[in-house]
Design a protein around this ligand. Structure first.
Ligand code: FAD
Length: 374
């Protein structure tokens, strides 16, 4: 029997971020990770985009804005610890609109009116702000406080930081079952035997329903990248993220441009498809035509952990010693620092942040997505 203070199931961006925060509080932490490479953390675009995502005002927007504000210090701390760059880039996000977008009411997002720091740029202003946009773009919103991180680099940094801090990282170890008795988890069954801990955290992303009856299901996203700087010395032409109504285009500082993403309700069906890639290329070229000549670099896909209301499930569970940290859907990269902070405060200091009440698993108990965990 293996023992630890805190056992985290799942070593994606959420599991690792929580593990690091708990370890910094002095706990002995073990992470059981089935497959690090499978994590959506590697597949994402890395946008930190609470405003461009047009989240309505309320707890989810508050959570996202709080996490975005934690990003500079959080990534700085991780970079100092590991000596590895996370690619955090406060580049701002531009949300260009076509005439059809305005007609269809897709823009402007209602929260923009509340945020005077996010101005509407008219056609002349937006074309000046970002040369090379389609001439059919009629204007757009500029969100200077939205940002991005290189999510693949961040995943590596988190893994390195966790290792360095002495988190016991067990890769290639799937958890097969969670055993409970009298409202407490008494152990988990994993590939290499059983584990026991004082406290457990479920952070298994899109696969969470395999272990607990939580209403989390996969939403596949296909992505691709092109190389914007085929010739040495050519600068990255994009200096901000473009967030269109049908496509987003995310420049990296190394010259790559990441393009995404489809949202598909196809279970865990793997692979890129011709239809998915065709859609991405068509929409990307329509928004930013000069892309059509850049060399294609890579195609990939991943699975977002979706919940019925598209908000995460965070905090207490039906079991006294199990914390849930899943369902981050489209915003798991953005929400990693705030998730780690709120849940480590909850576990170590028993401090319940009022925001957590909005993300409790019990919000689904009165719906068709009833959880039964007796
Ligand atoms: C195409 C795409 C684009 C995205 N773009 C963005 C973006 O721009 N901004 C943003 O904020 N978010 C984005 N996301 C969402 C973000 O990637 C996810 O919300 C986030 O990665 C979820 O983190 P997680 O740790 O919960 O899950 P994951 O990162 O998926 O990690 C879960 C881990 O748990 C492991 N696991 C599963 N079951 C078990 C088990 N039984 N035992 C042990 N381990 C297990 C898996 O192997 C995996 O490694 C995007 C996602 C996709 C797919």
């Amino acid at each position: 029997m293996n023992k630890t203070d805190i056992l985290i199931i799942g070593g994606g961006i959420i599991g690792l971020s929580v593990a690091i925060e708990l370890r910094l509080c002095g706990a002995a932490v073990t992470v059981l990770s089935r497959n690090f490479k499978q994590a959506a953390a590697h597949a994402a675009a890395g946008m930190l985009a609470p405003q461009a995502e047009a989240l309505s005002s309320g707890a989810m927007l508050d959570l996202c804005l709080r996490s975005r504000s934690l990003y500079p210090d959080w990534t700085h701390k991780l970079e100092i610890m590991t000596g590895i760059d996370t690619g955090y880039w406060p580049c701002g996000i531009l949300a260009p609109a076509f005439a059809e977008d305005i007609k269809n009411g897709l823009t402007p997002p209602d929260q923009c009116q509340l945020l005077p720091s996010s101005p509407w740029l008219d056609q002349a202003a937006i074309q000046q702000h970002q040369p090379g946009l389609s001439p059919k773009v009629v204007g757009g919103w500029w969100f200077p406080e939205d940002a991005q991180v290189d999510n693949r680099a961040l995943a590596q940094v988190l893994w390195a930081a966790a290792t360095q801090l002495g988190v016991n990282l067990c890769e290639g170890v799937p958890v097969e079952a969670i055993h409970h008795q009298h409202g407490r988890v008494i152990g988990v069954e994993a590939l290499l035997g059983e584990w026991q801990a004082e406290q457990y955290v479920l952070a298994t992303g899109a696969w969470s329903a395999e272990l607990l009856p939580v209403p989390v299901s996969p939403r596949k996203g296909q992505m691709l990248s092109v190389q914007a700087s085929p010739f040495e010395g050519t600068a990255q032409p994009l200096q901000q993220v473009l967030f269109g109504s049908q496509i987003y285009i995310v420049p990296r500082q190394d010259g790559r441009i990441v393009i995404g993403a489809t949202v598909e309700d196809v279970g865990f069906t793997p692979s890129n498809t011709p239809a998915g890639i065709q859609t991405l290329l068509r929409e990307a070229i329509a928004l930013y035509p000069c892309l059509q000549d850049f060399p294609v670099q890579e195609f990939w896909w991943g699975f977002r952990p979706a919940t019925p209301d598209e908000c995460p499930i965070l905090g207490l569970s039906p079991y006294d010693n199990l914390i849930i940290a899943t369902g981050h859907y489209r915003n798991g990269i953005l929400l990693a620092p705030v998730t780690a902070k709120l849940l480590s405060d909850l576990i170590v200091h028993r401090k319940v942040d009022p925001l957590l009440a909005h993300f409790d698993w019990q919000r689904f108990t009165n719906t068709n997505d009833r959880l039964s965990m007796s």
